[in-house]
Design a protein around this ligand. Structure first.
Ligand SMILES: Nc1nc2c(ncn2[C@@H]2O[C@H](COP(=O)(O)OP(=O)(O)OP(=O)(O)O)[C@@H](O)[C@H]2O)c(=O)[nH]1
Ligand SMILES: [Mg+2]
Length: 306
């Protein structure tokens, strides 16, 4: 069955892709084997990350952008990752309704992922899912995550272009600076620009970015959009394309991708090692001794069990 599934994925069957993604997400051996067979160093989809506060309009923007790429002839995958929800149900349903018009479109594939209890490895799994789509000939991948912490930082670290989506009300959220996400954003979007305050926020962000723009070759654009009407989508599309060209011309893209692949390998290895290490016996030992021994001594004791 493995071989024929690989063939069907390579042929671009959406059903086969969906089946493969489930195998990969569930981390069963079959999924792991499949990932090995599907990998092709030649096929590299361009990855775009959209992150930002809940409800900022990321899914609506992703849909708008995907449509533009599709119209330009590309196959586009949208992967929504929700690190805050243990269920795929809610996020999936909402996105499904909003993106209903895209379903049935053979050039756009949409998938939601949630934590399923453990946050660890979500970035690695979304990269695994990306690899499946790449093998199926998808040229553009849009990864959407709700901006709340480490997980979305990890995911955004693995894309080529990171877009931070804010709304006019994010004005005082310049504390976002502290979240580190501003550091890794390549393009800033102020969505819901049909609401008051978007011009003011644009100025404030541009001011914040002045210093960075003086130091870098890439001038960080700030784009006003209204995802529901589609206004600003073309400008955002243009910014992303320019950023892609910038990365390609400067050669940065190759190094970035090597780093991404290295991190991915490390995440897989770390995950497997950790799973193998934490046997019920060791968890027991930890429960019994915690607080009685120093963390250092207890760690040593645990490591010696191997
Ligand atoms: N007024 C206005 N509403 C918008 C705009 N863009 C999106 N919305 C609405 O905002 C709500 C949230 O949009 P989504 O695209 O689901 O936002 P999201 O960032 O993907 O949300 P989460 O994935 O839940 O974090 C929906 O009701 C959209 O119709 C906009 O530009 N203006
Ligand atoms: Mg969404």
């Amino acid at each position: 069955m493995g071989d024929s599934l690989v063939k069907k994925i390579r042929a671009g069957s959406q059903r086969a892709v969906a089946q493969a993604i489930s195998l990969v997400e569930n981390q069963v051996d079959e999924g792991k084997a499949l990932l090995g067979q599907l990998y092709d160093p030649q096929s590299k989809a361009y990855r775009i990350g959209l992150t930002g506060p809940p409800g900022a309009g990321k899914s609506t923007l992703a849909k708008n952008l995907a449509t533009l790429w599709r119209d330009a002839g590309a196959k586009v995958g949208i992967i929504s990752v929700d690190p805050t929800s243990p269920f795929t149900g809610g996020a999936l349903l909402g996105d499904r309704l909003r993106m209903a018009q895209l379903f049935g479109d053979s050039k756009i594939f949409i998938r939601s992922m949630a934590t399923r209890g453990a946050t660890g490895g979500l970035a690695a799994r979304s990269e695994d899912v990306s690899l499946v789509l790449e093998a199926a000939g998808f040229e553009v991948l849009i990864l959407e995550t709700v901006g709340v912490g480490q997980v979305e930082l990890d995911i955004m670290n693995a894309v080529d272009t990171t877009v931070l989506v804010l709304v006019p009300e994010s004005g005082d959220e310049v504390q976002l600076m502290k979240a580190g996400i501003i550091e890794i954003a390549d393009i800033f979007v102020i969505n819901k620009s049909d609401r008051p305050g978007s011009g003011k926020l644009k100025k404030a962000i541009e001011q914040l970015l002045e210093l960075k723009n003086d130091q870098d070759d890439w001038n960080l654009p700030v784009v006003n959009t209204c995802a529901t009407s589609g206004e600003g989508t073309a400008e955002l599309f243009d910014c992303i394309t320019r950023h892609q060209q910038y990365l390609e011309h400067s050669g940065t893209i190759t190094g970035n991708r090597v780093e991404r692949d290295k991190r991915h390998v490390k995440e897989i290895v770390n995950g497997e090692k950790m799973d193998a290490f934490w046997t019920p016996e060791k968890e027991n030992l930890l429960d019994q001794q915690v607080g009685k021994m120093s963390p250092m001594e207890l760690s040593r004791l645990l490591l010696e069990q191997d």
